[in-house]
Design a protein around this ligand. Structure first.
Ligand SMILES: [Zn+2]
Length: 468
């Protein structure tokens, strides 16, 4: 699930994205304190000869900005203000924007950071934050020295930040591509923030779940999906198990996942949301009608990752697809560009199955969809970037040495070629017999079907906590 779709219209109106520059246009010096409530004191300095103004990109946040003073002279605009973070997060109380638990907050950067207006490009902003003792500040942005750098992405599209009193850990994960044979070992960082609301042993279970899920994810992509990312877990009382998840990539990938306060290990590992959201972090935002493409990939790959980790069986994966892919058939008949609701997930997933089979057939079993997704990520189209479907498909074709993805895009996105699921199952040798999945190895494409769930790389199981 994405916040990105909501801001697509806003993005269309912003200046073209600039390449990162060595020296930032702006610096932000922030101080986070919690004498009783969480409060930010911000000093913004931007180099500019043209007049700049500073505005809140989140309308509901503007009344929590206090004592804003802007002065501009000698080519530097300076803005100072205070932000009532607790007041805002309590009033909004939405995991999609800002939420407070205890004295910790997970909030979209643009809720508390004003955006400089007046540049003819997207300015690069270096953020330095000092925190009172015991407080934390973390973002999904890359670190440059002691600064968090927002570049190539305006404040309005930036992802989550974690602030205040919360449980925070930086997990070392394998860098993107670093698990390929012959590649030197390299580390990436997954920053994990858990807001208040669960006890110490539940927090330990949550960190363990994130760590093992990141490991399963890394095995599929031959390295993690991002060089750095922030994952915020928000305890909620109105749900059991895992709740809503959301991926927001602007400037650096961030993910929010709601977790029920009744933390149960078996329920965590039986759930799909975290794996699904982490898949989003390995792909660029696909603009111009790409929701079905992004959701389709995340929906399709999620059970494969969990099956390769040993957390579900091959039959369970096929059962899930046979049961759910009919929900996406209609989308093919009116082109995927017009997919609505569930059609995005299941029409997109069916499209990815066609791509996966096609790539295995075209390469005589050497490559599959994982080589496309990982290859595109390593080529630089990562979670902080934006691309069109055509750009993504061209890169996928190049890294797999096939024309499978662009041909399917031509057929089902540019044109409305329908899909015949019954014929597809027959060709792959999949049938339901007495309510159970039966796999027929004599079917015409059974060879390629057999490679889909286990993949072509040696399988790496990820033990479940009660197995070790
Ligand atoms: Zn999603």
């Amino acid at each position: 699930m994405f916040r990105r779709a909501l801001i697509a219209a806003l993005l269309a109106a912003t200046p073209s994205l600039a390449q990162p520059v060595a020296a930032p246009d702006c610096t932000v010096d922030g101080r986070l304190a919690d004498s009783d409530e969480l409060r930010l004191d911000i000093t913004y300095r931007c180099r500019a000869t043209q007049p700049l103004s500073f505005r809140s990109v989140e309308e509901r946040a503007s009344s929590y900005v206090h004592d804003l003073k802007v002065e501009q002279r000698d080519g530097v605009a300076e803005a100072r203000y205070r932000f009532d973070l607790s007041g805002f997060a309590r009033a909004v109380d939405a995991t999609s924007l800002a939420v407070q638990r205890g004295n910790g907050v997970l909030a979209i950067l643009g809720s508390w950071l004003l955006e400089p207006q007046g540049y003819d490009r997207v300015p690069t902003i270096d953020i330095r934050m000092t925190t009172a003792p015991g407080l934390v500040f973390a973002a999904g942005l890359p670190k440059v020295g002691d600064a968090w750098r927002l570049s190539g992405s305006p404040v309005v599209t930036a992802g989550y930040t974690a602030l205040g009193r919360l449980t925070y850990r930086e997990l070392a994960v394998p860098a993107p591509g670093s698990l390929r044979p012959g590649e030197p070992k390299a580390e990436a960082v997954l920053r994990v923030a858990i807001l208040d609301g669960v006890g110490e042993s539940a927090r330990a279970d949550l960190f363990d779940w994130v760590e093992r899920t990141a490991q399963a994810q890394s095995n599929y992509w031959q390295g993690f999906t991002a060089k750095q990312a922030l994952l915020g877990l928000v305890p909620v009382t109105h749900r059991r198990g895992v709740g809503y998840g959301r991926s927001v990539p602007g400037g650096g990938v961030t993910v929010m996942v709601e977790v029920g306060t009744d933390v149960d290990r078996r329920r965590l590992f039986g759930d799909w949301v975290l794996t699904h959201e982490l898949i989003h972090t390995g792909m660029p935002f696909i603009r111009r009608g790409g929701t079905w493409f992004m959701e389709g990939a995340a929906t399709y790959v999620e059970p494969i990752i969990r099956a390769r980790a040993g957390w579900k069986s091959e039959e369970e994966v096929w059962r899930e697809w046979v049961d759910n892919m009919p929900k996406g058939v209609q989308a093919f008949s009116s082109t995927m560009a017009n997919a609505r609701g569930q059609e995005n997930y299941w029409g997109g997933a069916t499209f990815m199955l066609l791509a996966d089979v096609g790539m295995r057939r075209a390469t005589n079993g050497a490559k599959g969809l994982e080589d496309c997704l990982a290859g595109v990520l390593w080529s630089g189209l990562d979670g902080a970037r934006r691309a069109t479907i055509a750009e993504y498909a061209a890169t996928c074709d190049r890294v797999t040495g096939t024309t499978v993805m662009s041909s399917l895009v031509e057929r089902h996105f540019n044109n409305a070629q329908p899909v015949d699921l019954a014929a597809l199952w027959k060709d792959l040798g999949i049938s339901l017999v007495a309510g159970r999945i039966a796999l027929d190895d004599s079917a015409p494409s059974a060879r390629w079907r057999k490679l889909i769930v286990p993949g072509t790389h040696p399988l790496k199981r990820v033990k479940l906590p009660w197995e070790s």
